[in-house]
Design a protein around this ligand. Sequence first.
Ligand code: COI
Length: 354
Amino acid sequence: MIAAADFIITKAERSKLSSMSLENISFGKYFTDHMLEVEYADGEWKTVEIKPYQSFSIAPSCAALHYGQAIFEGVKAYKNQDGDAFIFRPEENFKRFNISARRMEMPEVPEEIFIEGMKQLVKLDEGWIPNKPDHALYIRPFMFGCDEMIGVKPCDTYKFMIILSPTGPYYSAPMRLYVEEKYVRAVEGGVGYAKTAGNYGSAMFPTAEAKRKGYDQVLWTDAIEHKYVQECGTMNVFFIIGNKAITPGLEEGTILAGITRDCTIQLLNELGLEVEERRLSIDEVEDAYTKGTLREVFGTGTAATISMIRELCHKDFIMRLDTDSWTIAPKIKNRMDDIKAGVAVDKYGWMLKV
Ligand code: COI
């Protein structure tokens, strides 16, 4: 059993914080003073180290570089009005991380390392948590296979790490999505539900193609018929049609079980909206648009929070929406922001004090 008391903590001699502004920072570019690192070998997790953020060397034969045995999570820490630091629902990321680990034939990470390690690291760097709306300290836990071996097999050695990055908004304006019908993100039986590096790498070309056509992101459709919507870019997706909220279901294992998605469902229920988690065809979306019942479309994600979608392009059919008149997405976002900032009571128990 690994106990937090056994962590080796080495503090940075000097903080980089005084040379940084924590306002309007772009996502994922700056890293705090410390990181967490622990190795897995001989069938067990070794000593957890929290130490100054630094580069490390890996062999050119490191298996993860070749075969992608690599998974990650995205979590956020906030400060409330009294200046206390909280992490948003890390237990859910912990569970999902180990679901991804199992799918990729990697060892599970114990809670003591994932949660306690994260708390200790955030505590050490809590001065880096931005205190501004739409800003947060983004927490990136990740694990990769380290064997120096290019035979195709699961590794025997791994590294689990956590790094921290102060950040502003991920998407700064309502988005335009291209409904993808040629390339696919996930197929039943595949790795769509796992947060594995390859899911993001393989999305880069289709996303770049959509950008070349003038769109911000793709809206993925199912791999068999290109008919049912899945998720968009780095987010789950919600459609408000009439008085219902509809979001693709998780049972096919082709989309990520988003934690912000789960919060959104709870908050939509709070608003009195019926939420349907089910297959939703792009034809149904088009039909609702034509009839005038497609009220709002938005994405949800840890990095992106709640991001409004102002346009969808399916073949040559363009659906334009007037985001200025929307009420539901802004209400969900404000409610979530209030809980994160400690302005509203955390009645769901989402905030873990550091
Ligand atoms: C997150 O929302 O945390 C994600 O993982 C998206 C990321 C790839 C930027």
